[in-house]
Design a binder for this molecule. Structure first.
Ligand SMILES: Nc1ncnc2c1ncn2[C@@H]1O[C@H](COP(=O)(O)OP(=O)(O)OP(=O)(O)O)[C@@H](O)[C@H]1O
Ligand SMILES: [Mg+2]
Length: 378
């Protein structure tokens, strides 16, 4: 008998001898005289004959070495197949990830270029307008002074002039002209701000990490999204409540992190718009909360009181191409890209908490210094 099988058989043999059982059946190995191992199918029965006093055993051995070998070979090839399947699955995952990365690179770099181009084109004309408002105000002031001088020295204008003054409502015109210039200035300043945000936003070419003010990034994204937050026919204004704590500068890929803020905020806006169509009692709101967790990490929470999502949806939101939005509206890449940026590029965490009908919260956690030197995707 093969040494490792001895104990096994002894146990069961003792049971036979003590009369607990009257036969047993095991598969075991034997060593032949030529030192090869053979498998046997052993059946042992206890025979008790009335005439004879001592009981004896009747053993029957069938050689099952071939079967055992086939079984072992089968098992091995099954294991091999399983390993192959796992390998294939891993490769598929890897491919999917690469595809997402490629699309991300494509999406971000073309978006970045477009945004940078538009910002540049708008920048010059807006500066003409803005730059001319101050001299225009000064000229207006001088003309007003001149008119006042005329009035002082010729308090009784000839009828034609008096009539014209009446017709154009001179005092109102003077007052309103100044207001017009002021609102032009406010508008031009707003355009300048948007241009600046667009430029900041498109800093995608910045391959190196550098310390940035996270709040500035969030605010830039909000400026870009201003238009979507305003009230529109059928949708009330979306309120944004910022609860910023003092944060240290965070070493990161600024453009990419801005992309994350954009994606999360856009999703919240979409969810709020859909909620409002169903439930007009809601006051659509987005809360943005930032804090330092400890000396090495910061946290950004973006919460909305939109439609929320079911557990089944929530389990899939980070999958590339998963979307519940209609064709053309969503590509299902927003969160997959965000996840990659936060988790893989910044060694952070991106989590989602959501209750259907109540709203969703996305939490970004990133190290202040993410000491990694991954090659840039862009
Ligand atoms: N704040 C949220 N509230 C409710 N559902 C959300 C929210 N954020 C994401 N989701 C769900 O997760 C899905 C995936 O989001 P993701 O941003 O990846 O893609 P998308 O918004 O559909 O398309 P894309 O962002 O590429 O235009 C959405 O279709 C939506 O169902
Ligand atoms: Mg999205």
């Amino acid at each position: 008998t093969y040494p490792e099988d001895i104990d096994n058989e002894r146990l069961i043999l003792n049971q036979l001898i003590s009369g607990d059982i009257d036969k047993y059946h095991i598969e075991k190995r034997y060593i032949t005289r030529t030192q090869t191992i053979v498998w046997g199918n052993l059946t042992v029965s206890l025979i008790q004959e009335k005439e004879r006093g001592n009981p004896y055993c009747l053993a029957m051995i069938e050689n099952i070495t071939k079967r055992k070998q086939t079984e072992a070979a089968l098992q091995q090839s099954e294991t091999q197949y399983r390993e192959k399947a796992q390998e294939l699955e891993a490769t598929l995952n890897e491919l999917q990830k690469t595809q997402t990365q490629l699309i991300q690179t494509e999406k971000m770099s073309s978006l970045g270029q477009l945004v940078a181009g538009v910002a540049h084109e708008i920048n010059n004309p807006v500066n003409f307008i803005y730059g001319n408002i101050t001299p225009a105000s000064e000229y207006l002031q001088e003309i007003i002074e001149l008119l006042q001088l005329y009035e002082q020295h010729y308090p009784q204008p000839i009828p034609e002039i008096a009539e014209h003054i009446d017709k154009i409502d001179l005092s109102f015109l003077i007052e309103d002209f100044q207001k017009v210039l002021t609102s032009m200035k406010v508008g031009a300043e707003r355009i300048q701000k948007i241009v600046l945000s667009l430029r900041n936003f498109s800093r995608l070419d910045e391959a190196a990490m550098k310390p940035v003010d996270i709040h500035e990034g969030i605010d830039n994204s909000l400026v870009i999204l201003q238009n979507k937050l305003k009230d529109k026919p059928g949708h009330p204004e979306i309120k944004v409540i910022k609860e910023y704590e003092k944060l240290p500068l965070v070493e990161c890929y600024a453009g990419q992190l801005n992309q994350v803020f954009m994606n999360l905020l856009t999703n919240s806006i979409d969810a709020l718009e859909e909620t409002f169509q169903i439930n007009s009692e809601q006051k659509p709101t987005i809360w943005i909360k930032t804090r330092s967790i400890n000396s090495t990490e910061i946290q950004i929470k973006i919460r909305d009181n939109g439609k929320g999502m079911s557990e089944a949806i929530r389990n899939k939101i980070f999958d590339p191409f998963f979307t519940t939005k209609s064709v053309g509206k969503g590509t299902g890449l927003g969160l997959a890209i965000s996840y990659q940026i936060v988790v893989e590029k910044h060694r952070g965490q991106l989590n989602c908490h959501s209750t259907p009908g109540k709203g969703s919260t996305f939490t970004i956690q990133i190290p202040i210094k993410s000491a990694i030197t991954l090659p840039s995707l862009a």
